[in-house]
Design a protein around this ligand. Structure first.
Ligand code: RAM
Length: 351
């Protein structure tokens, strides 16, 4: 896995990092470019080639998706395509449908989408596919019948295990915990939570007492954290498998009587979590590199549109500096494994 470091700790990573930094700079990743896709809120486009791509995150305004879109734009610039980001402000199950319809009507060659619901956008996606648009899900999948390829950030087993391991380490493998998730229908979080529950069976002294949903909205996640702590006075830890949730929960804890007493871990971006690691609220959390995930999704879209791959198991394609990838079973491509961030290494990362 390749990361964009602030202070490169490993010299071997320096060359690919600089290459990424350069492509990001060339791509004009500030999101201030013109919009070529329409359909609502948009941010930017790049390149000038034939392969037009629309990137549709769960919602706009989440630094995680800002970073994945930057990675995708950098890739589009490299292969000479155009890429625009569109999306709803909140991640309601069917809020992405109008954006999908618009992209299809405009003859967009590929749509890259992180789904808020496994079924609610399926009809729209299949209509887009019938109209000739390749559909690539990334981050949060739909039902496999309504996309050509899923770009998976890490295995559900790996993502679930790292979070259960971290909370077990942080609370001495005993006590009450709760989960603060994203939206109740999110395919990715729900899959990870299911595996976490299995994984928790090997930790008989940890009791999962509640699962609540902050909808990937900062204020809702903050309020749900407060409510969790009120209703469970013996709570020892919270797992938040969403970058929005973990940052909001850490902000609440950092300024409360629970700081240092109730553990918070899960999936976060280093830039959002840095101050809470530095002030001692957070010991350790995990993630993959969202920029790499966007880059991989865009190269996969290009390979599908150009006919280099069909999305079948065993197909291979090159994703720029990330190297060669092979399509696995069920039309999926795997980025890598989650990575743990803590006080020893967080200063090395900038995303
Ligand atoms: C949030 C979103 C996203 C998820 C990350 C970990 O940004 O819910 O889908 O993959 O967290």
């Amino acid at each position: 896995m390749k990361f964009t470091h602030r202070r490169p700790a490993v010299l071997a990573l320096l060359a690919p990092m600089l290459a990424l930094a350069t492509t990001l700079a060339i791509a004009g990743c500030s999101g201030s470019d013109d919009d070529s896709s329409g359909g609502g809120a948009t941010s930017g486009s790049s390149g000038g080639g034939d392969v037009s791509i629309v990137m549709l995150p769960k919602n706009l305004g989440n630094p995680y998706f800002d970073t994945s879109t930057k990675g995708a734009k950098a890739a589009a610039t490299e292969f000479g395509g155009t890429l625009s980001e569109v999306g709803p402000d909140a991640g309601a199950p069917d809020a992405q449908v109008p954006f999908i319809n618009t992209a299809a009507q405009q003859g967009t060659k590929a749509l890259i989408v992180s789904a808020n619901d496994p079924q609610a956008i399926c009809d729209a996606l299949n209509e887009a596919r019938e109209a000739g648009t390749k559909v690539i899900t990334f981050d949060s999948d739909t039902d496999p019948s309504c996309r050509d390829l899923f770009i998976n950030q890490a295995t559900a087993d790996g993502i679930a295990k790292v979070q259960v391991d971290m909370i077990a380490e942080q609370i001495g493998d005993a006590g009450e915990i709760a989960i603060l998730s994203a939206s109740a229908n999110a395919t990715n979080q729900n899959a990870w939570i299911e595996v976490m529950k299995e994984e928790l069976k090997s930790h008989p002294n940890i009791k999962l007492v509640d699962t609540v949903y902050g909808d990937d909205i900062d204020q809702t996640s903050f309020d749900k954290t407060a409510a969790l702590l009120q209703s469970h006075p013996d709570l020892k830890g919270i797992i938040s498998p969403t970058t929005v949730g973990i940052a909001a929960a850490a902000r609440y804890l950092s300024d409360s009587e629970y700081k240092g007493k109730v553990a918070i871990t899960g999936l976060g971006t280093p830039n959002q979590m840095r101050e809470y690691v530095e002030d001692g609220t957070v010991q350790e959390f995990a993630l993959w590199n969202p920029a790499d995930l966007g880059t991989l999704a865009a190269w996969a879209a290009n390979a599908l549109v150009e006919g280099d791959i069909k999305g079948e198991e065993g197909d291979t394609f090159t994703a720029g500096d990330l190297g060669e990838f092979t399509v696995d079973a069920d039309h999926t491509v795997l980025l890598g494994e989650p990575f743990r961030f803590n006080a020893d290494n967080i200063g090395d990362f900038d995303f």
